[in-house]
Every structure is written in structure tokens, then in C-alpha cells.
Ligand binder design. Structure first.
Ligand SMILES: CC(C)(COP(=O)(O)OP(=O)(O)OC[C@H]1O[C@@H](n2cnc3c(N)ncnc32)[C@H](O)[C@@H]1OP(=O)(O)O)[C@@H](O)C(=O)NCCC(=O)NCCS
Ligand SMILES: [Zn+2]
Length: 198
């Protein structure tokens, strides 16, 4: 991963040619008119302006990568929660395009999205404390108390969880030191991002 000064330099991934975008919230497409009725309700319920901005940016970026990957014009984002069956949250998908898989992530200041023709996952996080219990003993030993290293491990795990449907409470079992399954990754001084395609 390492520290990359420009996020645009991170938009390179080759395995099965997914479309990937990682950018600052202000750079993402953010027109509320694109939202479905379900998305709009959820967006408007978010109490904090920064959460609303992040939601809108991430949902815009997911549409952008779907357009980039497959030329889908005006993609409609649908969601379904594998846990409760709800359709206003959970795994995102593009309506009418089961062949396209999408994943999105938002955090303070930054958003990320990926579209691919195989199940995929992406995660972006502010560099910060990561609890010991989501890391294996080997990962704890590799990262020590270095928050940037620990966050880099954590984003790989979350991206894998989104791609695979693995359980969040089994995060410690995901080997994030083995980067052979990570198709891309980038880091700045403040954020880390990782994406995988299965
Ligand atoms: C998937 C998860 C691990 C990612 O959360 P996070 O790192 O805090 O947040 P991120 O911004 O990186 O990712 C959130 C996005 O992941 C996507 N997502 C949610 N659930 C997903 C799933 N099961 N599989 C793939 N993607 C999922 C959504 O698009 C969501 O953003 P949105 O709600 O604005 O649409 C988180 O949603 C989680 O903890 N899930 C387990 C708990 C759960 O199942 N809750 C549902 C209660 S019924
Ligand atoms: Zn749910």
C-alpha cells in the first residue's frame, strides 16, 4: 500500500478490470435527483449534514463506476440486507443488471466505490485506532500500535467481508497480511482504502 500523494494515482486495478473510484466527498457526483425514493428517505433521515453528504457522494460514486464499467445509463441502485431483508440498506446492486456487482464505502471526508463483473468489495476509513480483537496474533505483531498499518489491515478485511458476505464478527480470521487477494489499495496520511474482487 504505502502512502500515495494523489488519490488519482490509486485508481489502478487490473484483475478482471473493475471500475474503481476513491475520492474526496466534494469531488463525487452528488445530485439528490439520482436517488430512488427509498434512498431519499434514508438520506433525509441522517441527522448530520456530513453524513448526508457522505451518503449522497457514495451513492453517486457507485452509479458512476457502474456507468464506467458497463455503460449503464442512469443506473438505479437497489439494496438488500442479508440479515433482515430490508431494502433501504445492505448490499447494493444495480437494478436490471445482475451481471454487475457494486460496492461502496463512505467515511469522514472520503468515499469509494467499485463495480465489477464478479462479486466485489471496497472500504475506505479514516486512519485511527483498530481494536485488537479484529486482528490475528500475526497481524497484531506486524502492525504493533501503528494506526496506519492497523487501518490498512482493517480496510482489507471490510472489503473482503463486503465481497464475500463473510461475517463481521469473524474479521480476525481473515488474513489481511496475505495481499494476494487484494486487487487494489491506496493510502494517504489520513485515509486508507482497499478493494477486492472475488
Ligand atoms: C457492511 C458493513 C460491515 C460496512 O460498514 P462500514 O465500514 O461501517 O461502512 P462503509 O461506509 O464502509 O460501508 C457501508 C456500505 O456498505 C454497503 N453494505 C451494507 N451491508 C452490506 C453487505 N451485507 N454486503 C455488502 N455491502 C454492504 C452499503 O452500501 C453501505 O452503505 P449505505 O448504507 O450508505 O448504502 C456494515 O454495514 C456492517 O457492520 N454490517 C453488519 C451489521 C448488519 O448486518 N447490519 C444490518 C442490520 S439489519
Ligand atoms: Zn438489515
Amino acid at each position: 500500500m504505502g502512502s500515495a500523494p494523489h488519490l488519482s494515482a490509486c485508481n489502478t486495478s487490473s484483475v478482471q478490470e473493475p471500475s474503481v473510484q476513491v475520492c474526496e466527498i466534494a469531488e463525487a457526483p452528488a445530485d439528490p435527483a439520482m436517488l430512488t425514493a427509498e434512498e431519499r428517505v434514508r438520506w433525509q433521515r441522517l441527522a448530520r449534514a456530513e453524513d448526508r453528504d457522505a451518503y449522497l457522494a457514495a451513492h453517486g460514486l457507485a452509479r458512476l463506476v457502474a456507468e464506467e464499467l458497463a455503460g449503464v445509463s442512469g443506473p438505479v441502485l437497489r439494496q438488500s440486507c442479508p440479515r433482515c431483508g430490508g431494502t433501504d440498506h445492505g448490499r447494493p446492486a444495480i437494478e436490471g443488471h445482475p451481471e454487475i456487482h457494486v460496492s461502496l464505502s463512505h467515511t469522514r471526508g472520503m468515499v469509494a466505490a467499485i463495480a465489477a463483473r464478479t462479486p466485489c468489495g471496497i472500504d475506505v476509513e479514516v486512519i485511527g485506532p483498530v481494536p485488537d480483537d479484529v486482528l490475528s496474533a500475526e497481524e497484531r505483531s506486524w502492525a504493533g500500535s501503528d494506526a496506519a498499518k492497523r487501518t490498512r489491515l482493517w480496510v482489507r478485511k471490510e472489503a473482503w467481508i463486503k465481497a464475500s458476505g463473510a461475517a463481521l464478527d469473524r474479521a480476525a480470521d481473515i488474513d489481511a497480511l496475505d495481499t494476494s487477494w487484494v486487487t487494489g489499495a491506496c493510502a494517504t496520511a489520513t485515509h486508507a482504502a482497499a478493494w477486492v474482487v472475488r
